[in-house]
Write a protein that binds this ligand. Structure first.
Ligand code: WTA
Length: 665
């Protein structure tokens, strides 16, 4: 079943799945935000009208009268004659409604320091930051790069940028200087907001030196960064460049918290977030304002059954990923939620940290990734059972299929056997959740994300675009435009059309394999392209291969995602060294090449293993057979190699992998 992930999609098999299902308790259903099953057919009858109703939950500076413009597919416009201010919706309106005293953020620093930020305080900070950014020349239509740890200022910075009608590009703090520079250039950012550092695993992990390095790189292209704003967090020494670098705390102290939020067109760019594709160059996924916020807020409220007056919500994602954007910043804040934001890693100072935070703040809704759950399963439930998690009433999962074993553990050990788990499927490109149970309605099936949310139309089709029917596997497509859909790839509309819209006309191709079971529930089977999913993060084989061949001693490389017990998939590289190189030896090559990838892309891309080989398996036309390499990396018997130009090569490679495994034993 789920272990079918990443088989060539033509080969996806179907397995009948039987097992326990978990209907909502009568008590949960009675008070759930959505508990009338009619919602599905009502939304399906007129999805646009359904979404227009949801959009009206937001504050519009100028109400929209139009809903969807799909006259020029694949370029959608939603609510496009309306004007909205996203930051106003996330902050001001809650204060104006009398909720200024409500805690917006319970922030927990990794070393144990804490901050409590109410909506009124958040408004004060966002206004000041907006005035400061304006004084640095940021205006509507600009881009600002944000490279920050998980501290309240990161959220303040995002909200201040969008308050001005500018767009942010948040770059995950684990990315290298080179990756940061590529994103700064591509988006043409004029300002970078960063911090001296942030805490990770008990140490300060510096960020500002990487910004300096990024801006100084000789890439053959100019960047237009005029200023770097630096938040003081780590207290580690940093070099401040005269006339360019400014301390956030010094500058912000000089401005008044007086700032009026203006309305901007619903299709005004909100943010760009880069994600890996099948080529070496990351794609700048563009999201705009009104539609994105509508679906982020709607899904956050209804899928997690949020009651903003009483719930304490916690999403463990980093703001550098889409989950952090939609379910740590925009969704929860648009809904006036009280949430926990934690800076550090789950194992600091020990594996009890997350559970101690849940106990401390009385977290009621918890959203995390299967890879984290599997790590905790390995540590054992005794680490969890030291804490009182009885406040938990809804659990969420995102990033990859949650295997039934992890589902059951999550349900029993974290959810006390009663909290429903919403397994949410979506992507950077979809902006918000697309497939998920509704906790007050759906009988849960461990391992399946189950059904499209109301207002969304999804199908599983074969290679020619025909519905596969219950009991069969195929490719996941989204059949109708949805409010929070990707609007474009920044600066590359051709790639946008080619990547998502060339396979099935005006249906969106998600790049995931899926299966419909006999009830029509959807089981996600993993990517069908050369995108890996490591700990819920997307990595491209091509990008890592190009980093490897960028090493002076490497002639050729092939990268595969091999299944891994904890991280879902792991990066495994096969490398051919140049014949005349002398720098790398059998002994040092693996460590050196791992470090090389981490330096050029970021630590998340560091291969688990690097095998030095003399030959790669290629077809007679020269195409690398990654499937065979994956079989070898996963320790499986190598299947049919008759199409290979050199049939011996796989035997040699499999032997290398086996030797290494035996050496480790
Ligand atoms: C995978 C993360 C199965 C999928 C929000 C998708 C999932 C990719 C699930 C997007 C899930 C995400 N079940 N697979 N619940 N959630 N995926 O852009 O392969 O980082 O295409 O967005 O993660 O990853 P991204």
């Amino acid at each position: 079943m789920v272990s079918n992930a990443n088989h060539d999609h033509g080969m996806i098999e179907s397995h009948p799945l039987e097992g326990t299902t978990y209907p909502p308790s009568a008590e949960f259903a009675a008070s759930a935000n959505i508990n009338d099953p009619a919602v599905y057919w009502k939304a399906a009858e007129d999805p646009e009208a359904y979404w227009a109703t949801q959009a009206k939950e937001l504050h519009w500076h100028k109400p929209f009268t139009k809903t969807l413009d799909w006259s020029n597919p694949p370029f959608a416009k939603w609510f496009y004659d309306g004007e909205i201010n996203v930051a106003y919706n996330c902050v001001d309106r809650h204060v104006e409604a009398g909720h200024g005293d409500r805690v917006a953020i319970h922030w927990e620093g990794e070393p144990g320091d804490t901050r409590k930020v109410t909506y009124e305080e958040l408004l004060f900070e966002v206004k000041r930051a907006a005035v400061l950014l304006e004084s640095l020349g940021v205006t509507a239509g600009d881009r600002v790069a944000i490279y920050m740890p998980m501290i309240p200022e990161a959220i303040v910075a995002m909200l201040a940028v969008v308050r001005l009608g500018a767009a942010h590009s948040v770059v995950f703090g684990g990315f290298s200087a080179e990756s940061l520079r590529a994103r700064i250039e591509d988006a043409d950012a004029k300002l970078v907001i960063t911090a001296d550092g942030g805490y990770r695993k008990g140490k300060v992990s510096p960020l500002k030196p990487l910004v300096d390095e990024a801006l100084a790189l000789e890439t053959g292209q100019k960047h237009n960064v005029k200023n770097v704003l630096v938040v003081k967090r780590g207290d580690n020494p940093v070099d401040m460049v005269a006339d360019r670098d400014l301390w956030w705390h010094e500058e912000i102290a000089q401005v008044e918290a007086q700032h009026e939020a203006k309305g901007f067109n619903a299709e005004n760019p909100l943010f760009i977030l880069y994600t890996s594709g099948t080529t070496g160059k990351p794609k700048g996924i563009l999201h705009t304002s009104g539609g994105y916020l509508t679906q982020a807020a709607y899904t956050h409220k209804n899928i997690f059954d949020l009651k903003p007056e009483v719930d304490v919500y916690w999403c463990t994602a980093d703001i550098g990923w889409i989950t952090g954007h939609s379910y740590l910043v925009y969704g929860p804040l648009a809904n006036g939620a009280t949430q926990v934001v934690y800076e550090g890693t789950p194992d600091t100072p020990d594996w009890g940290r997350w559970w101690s935070i849940i106990e401390k703040y009385g977290v009621t809704i918890f959203y995390t990734a299967p890879t984290a759950i599997r790590s905790f399963m390995k540590i054992g439930r005794q680490e969890v059972q030291k804490y009182d998690l009885s406040t938990i009433r809804v659990l969420g999962s995102v990033g990859e299929p949650i295997n039934p074993e992890a589902w059951n553990w999550y349900h029993d050990v974290i959810g006390g056997g009663t909290a429903p788990i919403v397994d949410t499927w979506w992507q950077t490109e979809t902006g918000a959740i697309m497939i998920s149970p509704l906790p007050g309605l759906t009988s849960l099936k461990p391992g399946s994300a189950q059904v499209p949310i109301p207002g969304v139309t999804i199908d599983v089709v074969d290679d020619t675009g025909n519905h596969v029917g219950h009991g069969n596997g195929g490719l996941l497509v989204i059949q109708k435009p949805w409010p929070s859909m990707v609007r474009n790839i920044w600066g590359d509309p051709e790639r946008f059309k080619e990547t998502y819209w060339s396979q099935f006309g005006d249906q969106y191709f998600a790049g995931d394999g899926a299966r419909l079971d006999d009830d029509g529930d959807i089981w996600l089977l993993g990517r069908v392209d050369d995108v890996m999913n490591v700990s819920g993060h997307r990595l491209s084989t091509a990008e890592i291969e190009s980093a490897l061949v960028g090493h002076t001693s490497v002639a050729e490389s092939a990268v595969v995602g091999a299944s891994d017990e904890t991280t879902g998939q792991a990066v495994v590289a096969f490398v051919i060294l140049k014949a005349n190189q002398t720098e790398l030896t059998e002994e040092n090559a693996e460590a050196e090449l791992k470090a090389h990838v981490a330096k050029h892309i970021g630590a998340i891309a560091r291969p688990r293993q690097v095998f030095i080989v003399h030959e790669l398996p290629k077809t007679r036309s020269g195409k690398i057979m990654r499937r065979l390499l994956r079989d070898a990396a996963e320790g499986r018997d190598i299947g049919d190699t008759t199409t290979l130009a050199d049939t011996m090569v796989m035997q040699t490679i499999s032997q290398r992998v086996r030797d290494e495994r035996d050496a480790k034993k």
